[in-house]
Design a protein around this ligand. Structure first.
Ligand code: B4P
Length: 194
């Protein structure tokens, strides 16, 4: 099983690059952001609770997202690998993911960390907010709150995986295809995806 994490701040290109990577490598895409937005669209209890956090630029509680990932893993027993996008976002989530994968005798192979400067992130998300219909992309103060939440709670996740030598930093500024090629090189340098 080949499992990778696409890591980076909000707006760094995780969702954009995930679409291309899953197509190329036949991985199952698990985006906690997308899963949460589906819950909101379906007006479930979980979705209504999550919306409150997301609209304020805050992370949704760990137990909610860990539960969603557990269930997604259970629903895909034959997957040849997963691409985790926007998960884990806290060290507690990272440890829970390691435990869930260990139950399948699997592990995270590589963490690809996209590097993008803060002002570029804000501009990208404001731009997306004009068309995405996402309430968390329209207000600059919410976007900046998401970046602060990232620095405080999510950036330490890279340190967690660095102790196992799993993190590769990739420049996330430039053309989408150029960044995609850099990501593919790193994946292929690590292993062959079967
Ligand atoms: P996510 O859905 O994960 O949202 P994101 O980080 O904003 O998106 P992403 O990083 O994928 O966007 P992309 O750069 O591709 O999370 C939303 C919210 O859900 C969080 O704030 C949180 O509240 C909650 N949540 C999700 N997961 C959670 C978890 N595990 N724990 C707790 N809470 C959780 O795209 C951004 C824009 O940049 C696009 O318009 C794109 O076209 C553009 N772009 C991409 N690459 C570019 C490039 N190279 N050049 C120029 N523009 C580019």
């Amino acid at each position: 099983m080949f499992n990778l994490i696409l890591f980076g701040p909000p707006g760094s290109g995780k969702g954009t690059q995930s679409e291309k990577l899953i197509e190329k490598y036949g991985l199952i895409h698990l985006s906690t952001g997308n899963l949460l937005r589906e819950e909101i669209a379906n007006q479930t209890k979980l979705g209504l609770e999550a919306k409150n956090f997301m609209d304020h630029g805050q992370l949704v509680p760990d137990e909610v997202v860990i539960g969603m990932i557990r269930s997604a893993l259970e629903h895909n027993p034959k997957a040849k690998g997963f691409l985790f996008d926007g998960f884990p976002r806290t060290v507690a989530q990272a440890k829970a993911l390691d435990d869930l994968l260990a139950e399948k005798n699997a592990a995270i192979r590589i963490v690809l960390a996209l590097e993008v400067g803060q002002e570029e992130l804000v501009q990208r998300l404001l731009h997306r907010g004009k068309t995405s219909g996402r309430s968390d992309d329209t207000k600059e103060e919410v976007i900046r709150a998401r970046i602060i939440e990232y620095e405080n709670k999510t950036a330490p996740v890279a340190g967690y995986y660095e102790q196992f030598g799993k993190v590769v930093h990739v420049k996330g500024v430039g053309g989408i295809d150029e960044i995609f090629r850099s990501l593919c090189q790193q994946i292929e340098a690590r292993q062959t995806v079967q």
